[in-house]
Design a protein around this ligand. Structure first.
Ligand code: NAD
Ligand code: ZN
Length: 253
């Protein structure tokens, strides 16, 4: 019922209907409606804690202990969070055969749980719901790490090689995952509509993707509550809440 759409939702609907290959590029803002705070917004995690960089994590047992304390403080709420209308609307694009990929900065796994095909979700900053050994790459599940940590506050070591185990996310100063970066670049170059949603577009190299899409001839749309670093480059900028606007624009409740 187009007549019931707000002017903002209608501005989003046109390019989405016309597009054939959409990249949905998402940041922490798409998950705030699920109750997971973003980092830079009011009440954001970085207003309370200085992030622990990768070098510090590797060098210091005390930094690793603090890292895991924080991880377990935020992981519970993340595991309990449910996908919201924004995640479902993105998944709905796949149902219409329009979704080239979801490229996300988020580590919460909510796109997959919201129905986006896992093979089309590219996680630039990894995933917080499991861990990996930094030396041999072996995957470690969180539950046993949590149980052991709660008992002794000992940061986990790899059962196979004794290496340092870290949640499968990318910290400041840590190399970006090459495979995810390459897939994100390919999707960006293949899309005709690049929609950046819920990201302040200030974290590089991730924020380079919208500009790459634009230079390659795609339409660049930005949907975000606040102004972003790239509003001046976009073909379409909508300031507002992702769930209600994208849901209305795509007919997803
Ligand atoms: P950010 O905190 O820099 O920006 C979030 C943006 O989303 C803000 O500009 C804010 O205005 C907007 N926003 C918040 N709620 C919104 C809503 N409901 N509708 C529309 N816009 C909304 O986040 P970022 O750019 O993604 O970068 C922070 C980094 O922190 C990312 O790399 C990410 O890995 C990580 N992070 C992830 C999660 C998660 O997985 N859910 C949560 C916090 C931080
Ligand atoms: Zn190992």
């Amino acid at each position: 019922m187009i007549g019931a759409l707000s002017a903002e939702a209608r501005r989003l609907k046109g390019p989405i209907d016309r597009a054939r290959r959409i990249v949905a590029f998402t940041g922490a803002g798409i998950s705030t409606e699920s109750g997971i705070p973003d980092f830079r917004g009011p009440g954001g995690i970085w207003t309370k804690f200085r992030p622990i960089g990768f070098d510090e994590f590797v060098a210091s047992g005390e930094a690793r202990r603090e890292y895991w304390r924080r991880r377990f403080a935020t992981l519970g709420p993340m595991e309990r969070a449910r996908p919201n209308r924004g995640h479902r609307a993105v998944a709905g694009l796949a149902g219409r055969g329009k979704l080239e990929a979801v490229v996300t900065q988020n580590i919460d796994g909510l796109h997959q749980r919201g129905g986006a095909p896992p093979g089309r979700v590219i996680e630039l900053h990894g995933n917080a719901t499991y861990a990996r050994c930094l030396d041999c790459g072996e995957r470690h599940e969180i539950a046993p790490i949590r149980a052991a940590f709660l008992e002794r506050e000992e940061p986990p070591l790899c059962r196979t090689c004794g290496g340092i185990v870290k949640s499968a996310t990318i910290s400041f100063g840590q190399a970006m995952p090459q495979d995810a970066m390459a897939r994100a670049e390919a999707a960006t170059l293949a899309c005709d509509l690049f929609m950046a949603m819920g990201s302040s577009l200030t974290v590089y190299p991730a924020a380079a993707f919208p500009l790459l899409a634009k230079r390659n001839g795609a339409t660049l749309a930005i949907l975000n509550r606040d102004a972003t670093g790239l509003d001046g480059y976009a073909d379409l900028v909508v300031h507002g809440e992702i769930g209600p606007l994208l849901g209305a624009a795509t007919g997803v409740d």
